[in-house]
Ligand binder design. Structure first.
Ligand code: UT7
Length: 333
């Protein structure tokens, strides 16, 4: 086995300017700020407006921010993975479009779809190319324009989601910091609870599917909630156990931001105080593949070399997983 560890060596992010507040949503569907705050914990979310704008525009914004912050030339990138459930088009891959728009010419790139666990699965995949010694610089982007598949007449789903993107650079670690352990799971039978009915090969879009609003997110909220709470907490506790980590040893939990109640339940099971949990759901909602890198970007100035982090996710598929990493750099000056 190779001794090379992959490490996150930089973070970038991009969110669109438009802020959709709970009060504005309440003019569109029968809901209230109070219900959304109590049941989900979201105050506002960002929406990408503008004709012809898609997920690649969000992803490119995050990648350009990452390249600038890390002083990396696009020519140095060997591989770019884009985790998304809202690709610009069914094909070609949004990763290819991001590479083109960001001026990345010496890399190959591809998309990865694992629902809200896509960024974690992307980190898992990208890190293998570093650990094998095959490549030196890999970018993993998580980007979603959820507003393109959200039904703004359905009050049970429209408050939840927002648009955004984040990206990280993976390189070989020069010490013991970096990705230590990861475990990922899928259960495809969970697809019945959370999916998009039309637009795929089983049910290509037609006038009828559009009329039936089947090109939007379909979610059985309570079922997804139950699976999310138990699986995200179980996998996080298991990650602590198998690495002999107590709650004192852990510096940060980086949990997928789907519902504040799911995050709280996971932190409780891990016996972690609130101060050690990264939370920004109130500002961005559930940005699907972007939640984890948006958190890392926001907390970058507070993270120190050697900090112990656990990333935990749950999403459509079902997919879930946890990663233990030791943060590899001190806050940028
Ligand atoms: O990231 C991908 C994974 N996704 C998730 O993790 C999401 C998991 N699920 C959830 O977060 C929650 O189930 C939701 C936020 C989707 C829903 O919250 P809930 O507490 O499970 O609500 P519920 O579906 O049990 O509905 C309770 C009540 C219902 O009314 P009745 O039947 O009790 O009269 C709903 O019609 O709340 C009603 N309701 C609303 N009321 C005001 C549903 N949506 C709204 C709304 N505003 N927006």
């Amino acid at each position: 086995m190779s001794n090379v560890k992959a490490a996150i060596t930089g973070v970038g992010a991009y969110v669109p300017d438009y802020i959709l507040t709970n009060d504005e949503l309440a003019t569109m569907v029968d809901t209230t700020n109070e219900w959304i705050m109590t049941r989900i914990g979201i105050k506002e979310r960002r929406i990408l407006k503008g004709e012809g704008k898609g997920t690649s525009d969000l992803g490119t914004g995050a990648v350009l921010d990452l390249l600038k912050k890390t002083g990396t030339s696009p020519d140095e990138i060997d591989l770019l993975i884009c985790a998304t459930v809202t690709p610009d088009m069914v094909f070609p891959a949004t990763a290819n479009i991001i590479s083109d728009k960001a001026g990345i010419k010496n890399a190959f790139s591809f998309d990865l779809n694992a629902g809200c666990s896509g960024f974690l699965f992307g980190l898992t995949t990208g890190s293998q190319f570093i650990e094998s010694g095959k490549y030196k610089k890999v970018i993993v982007v998580g980007a979603d324009k959820m507003s393109s598949i959200v039904d703004y007449t359905d009050r049970t789903t429209c408050p939840i989601f927002g648009d955004g993107a984040g990206a990280v650079l993976l390189e070989a670690s020069d010490d013991d910091n970096g990705i230590i352990d990861v475990t990922n799971f899928v259960d495809g039978s969970g697809r019945k609870h959370l999916h998009q009915k039309a637009g795929g090969s089983v049910k290509p879009s037609t006038h009828e599917t559009i009329d039936a609003r089947e090109h939007y997110v379909y979610q059985e909220g309570q079922s997804v909630f139950k699976f999310a709470v138990s699986n995200m907490a179980d996998v996080s506790v298991e990650m602590m156990k198998r690495n002999n980590l107590s709650s004192d040893d852990l510096d940060w939990l980086v949990p997928h931001q789907a519902n504040l109640r799911i995050v709280d339940a996971t932190a409780r099971r891990m016996n972690l105080p609130k101060e050690k949990v990264m939370i920004n759901i109130q500002k961005y909602g559930n940005t699907t593949d972007a939640t984890i890198p948006l958190l890392l970007n926001e907390w970058e100035s507070k993270l120190n070399k050697g900090d112990n982090l656990i990333i935990a996710t749950f999403g459509a598929g079902f997919t879930w997983g946890a990663m233990y990493l030791k943060w590899a750099y001190d806050p940028p000056k």
